[in-house]
Design a protein around this ligand. Structure first.
Ligand code: AHR
Length: 361
């Protein structure tokens, strides 16, 4: 059974890799890390998978290819988180462009970071009787009632990017990154980078409180370094995934702690804000204070290439193709995997410099 699950999930991962490679225009770093990422996807199932991941394997296989006839003129409601980051902008562009490619009638709303607005959008989609609802949940909890409503109305739901804590029977699939793995990759880099240090004083710029990426990236970090007494967390506070938020919180940290060695920012935007604060405080980002972030959007990669960020864990926003494959499958009554994990790599300075010319977002 375990062998079958590994094989099936690896197949899903390989399919996702093909899409990621298309999306990234042959991005070298993504390609070079593909094998590791593929096995990482399989590993997460082997090592105590979530219910959704097990379901992915049990559902049997990969996302089907898009049937253009199914998607043409299909009405799909997409409730986006907001416009907090470069990642979000790239995700929105990719979903809109992919919808246009397939002739989908995309009803797009943005919640501007408010769960109540997102719930209200989903309710409107239900009233309109759209063919399918997709959304990237602002936070992880509080979705049961609206998901029950969609189910009662017979409207299938697809989650992209972020998870919810609702019963998996309330949605068809969840397509997105393994955020715990991302946190583990960031911490693994930090462990190696500070291998010779006696003590590491770190601060954390957290993502939006209660969101899956903020929760899981913290968990992933703790999985690797939580019991290492050498790493001391001086302070940890939300910057809400925004550049401004990261800058303001970092200014506060710098004013209170003169001895910061490391910033763990849950996304590039907050890392970029931290760079501004560090420079304004007369210190050199990347040298006096090391920075590790998640995302690998172009602005983050430029800062990494310039040596101001030290390491980035990739989180791909290019989820449009997989979303519409899932929609095509669901709308033509096909079985689809309950969990699709995005294939992602990591970048150091040299890899960022090499990848930048082809970076699409
Ligand atoms: O959910 C994905 C996260 O949300 C990205 O890492 C962050 O940049 C965005 O705001």
């Amino acid at each position: 059974m375990v062998t079958r699950k590994l094989a099936v999930l690896a197949a899903t991962a390989v399919a996702a890799l093909a899409l990621a490679a298309c999306g990234s225009g042959g991005n070298t770093a993504s390609s070079s890390t593909s094998a590791a990422a593929t096995s990482a996807a399989a590993e997460s199932t082997a090592a105590g998978s979530t219910a959704a991941e097990s379901g992915a394997a049990d559902a049997g296989g990969e996302l089907p290819a898009v049937d253009p006839a199914v998607l043409k003129d299909a009405v799909i409601g997409f409730a986006q988180v907001g416009s907090e980051s470069g990642w979000r902008a790239a995700n929105t562009d990719n979903i809109k462009a992919t919808a246009e490619k397939y002739g989908v009638d995309l009803q797009f709303t943005s919640a501007e970071g408010e769960q109540a607005k997102q719930i209200s959008s989903i309710k409107t989609f239900i009233t309109q009787g759209v063919d399918l609802i997709a959304f990237s949940p602002v936070v992880e909890t509080g979705w049961d009632a609206v998901l029950e409503e969609a189910k009662a109305a017979g409207i299938p739901v697809v989650l992209t990017d972020r998870a919810v804590d609702s019963d998996p029977s309330l949605y068809k699939t969840f397509i997105g990154s393994d955020f715990i793995k991302e946190g583990e990759k960031a911490a693994t880099w930090a462990k190696g980078e500070f291998a010779d240090a006696a003590e590491v004083n770190m601060v954390v710029l957290e993502g939006t409180t209660g969101s899956a990426p903020a929760n899981d990236r913290a968990t992933g970090w703790a999985n690797i370094l939580g019991s290492d007494p050498k790493f001391k967390t001086l302070a940890s506070q939300t910057g809400d995934f925004t550049r401004d938020g990261g800058k303001k919180v970092m200014e506060g940290f710098l004013a209170t702690y003169p001895n910061i060695d490391l910033v763990y920012a849950h996304n590039d935007d907050m890392g970029l804000g931290a760079i501004e604060a560090i420079e304004a405080a007369g210190k050199v980002p990347g040298k006096d204070i090391k920075i590790v972030t998640v995302d690998a959007v172009k602005a983050g990669m430029e800062a990494l290439s310039a040596g101001k960020i030290n390491f980035i864990v990739e989180c791909s926003p290019l989820l449009g193709e997989q979303l519409f494959q899932a929609a095509s499958g669901v709308l033509s009554d096909q079985e689809i995997p309950a969990r699709v994990i995005t294939i992602e790599g990591t970048f150091d300075q040299e890899q960022a410099t090499a990848a930048l010319p082809d970076r699409l977002y």
